[in-house]
Design a protein around this ligand. Structure first.
Ligand SMILES: NC(=O)c1ccc[n+]([C@@H]2O[C@H](COP(=O)([O-])OP(=O)(O)OC[C@H]3O[C@@H](n4cnc5c(N)ncnc54)[C@H](O)[C@@H]3O)[C@@H](O)[C@H]2O)c1
Length: 244
């Protein structure tokens, strides 16, 4: 097993990609602490994942440093923090003509500030242990820029800069920081999309299909494990060849 005995924190893990990451981490021998805004869904996720032996639910808003610190403390109280996955996310899509300042701020806050909170606070614990892996969930939208997503593309591109800067700061302390850029993944976030937009996106994918959340989880597991021990500051695309 790739993550035997490790303890991981996953933000936004009550459903979707974060949940699939939790499932795979547990299958690889880890215990997971899930921090999500939606506590009821997080408790239900923990039950589905196998209960309190392998998972813990914590209510957490990633835009609050105090909440993220409490989330990390829950992992430390359980034995330590080996892996941090900054995954929580929202979309508030609209063209610039229609996007409100509030929609811009909300998306930047959850993704970029949330990721910064998670990265810096996890690194603070990991540097003491002289080891750890942080994985930030960016998006292909941050590489190419997508119409209707000036907020989301900016936040997801920002996560790439944050990942690289943080990787340089903590590499000598044994802490690795990497990012992934998923493309079109089946989750509540994408299922809310109109069929016409879904079909347009599908047409751009050389592999001709969307991905399952488990296909993101396997790449994140690789970055969390010692299989990627000499990788830091990397950005891996999980897109079926879209926008290469
Ligand atoms: N689905 C895709 O196609 C896709 C593609 C690229 C990147 N991503 C990214 O992957 C990540 C997961 O997306 P998903 O598709 O699973 O979405 P999702 O909507 O299914 O899940 C997101 C989770 O984040 C939680 N969350 C939202 N705001 C939060 C906050 N402030 N604090 C804590 N938790 C919060 C939600 O409650 C939810 O459980 C996001 O960062 C998203 O931007 C998704």
């Amino acid at each position: 097993m790739l993550l035997d005995g490790r303890i991981a924190v996953i933000t936004g893990g009550a459903q979707g990609i974060g949940y699939a990451i939790a499932e795979r981490f547990i299958a690889e021998g880890a215990r997971v602490v899930i921090g999500d805004l939606n506590f009821e869904a997080t408790e239900a996720a923990v039950a589905k994942l196998g209960g309190s032996e392998v998972a813990k639910a914590v209510q957490c808003d990633v835009t609050s440093a105090a909440d993220v610190q409490a989330l990390i403390d829950a992992a430390v109280g359980w034995g330590g923090l080996d892996i941090m996955v900054n995954n929580a996310g929202i979309t508030r899509d609209a063209t610039m003509r229609k996007m409100t300042e509030e929609q811009f701020d909300q998306v930047i806050d959850v993704h970029l500030k949330g990721c910064w909170n998670g990265t810096r606070l996890a690194a603070g614990v990991m540097r003491e242990a002289k080891s750890g892996a942080i994985i930030n969930i960016s998006s292909i939208s941050g590489k190419v820029g997508l119409i209707g997503q000036t907020n989301y593309s900016a936040a997801k591109a920002g996560i790439v800069g944050l990942t690289k800067a943080a990787a340089k700061e903590v590499a000598h302390l044994g802490v690795r920081v990497n990012a992934v850029q998923p493309g079109l993944i089946r989750s509540a976030m994408t299922e809310a999309m109109p069929q016409r937009i879904w079909d347009q996106k599908l047409a751009e994918i050389p592999m001709g299909r969307a991905a399952e959340p488990s296909e993101v989880a396997s790449v994140v597991t690789f970055l969390a494990s010692d299989m990627s021990s000499y990788m830091t500051g990397c950005v891996l695309e999980i897109t079926g060849g879209r926008h290469i």
